[in-house]
Design a protein around this ligand. Structure first.
Ligand code: ZN
Ligand code: ZN
Length: 83
């Protein structure tokens, strides 16, 4: 096999590996070298976090917090009835 062809193949593999290692943000298509950098970046796209006043549970969405509070209220009502 000619040496030139061999080198060409190696170059192609290297380019593909570099591309594969990049993590792309699905929202703005920005690429990151490390998955943790992408994870940190994605939080910037998210809605502000919502905290439950009763148990400090964190929710990314307001409706999720609302549902959590409703479930907790129902649970509390059941506990109050039993006590
Ligand atoms: Zn992004
Ligand atoms: Zn809670």
């Amino acid at each position: 096999m000619p040496a030139a062809d061999d080198e060409y193949t190696h170059d192609n593999i290297n380019i593909q590996e570099i591309r594969k290692d990049l993590y792309e943000c699905a929202i703005c298509k920005k690429t990151f070298l490390y998955k943790s950098w992408l994870a940190l970046h994605i939080t910037k796209h998210m809605e502000p976090t919502h905290f439950c006043e009763k148990c400090d549970h964190v929710f990314g969405r307001k409706d999720a917090l609302k549902r959590h509070i409703q479930i907790n209220t129902i649970k509390k009502d059941i506990l109050d009835m039993n006590s």
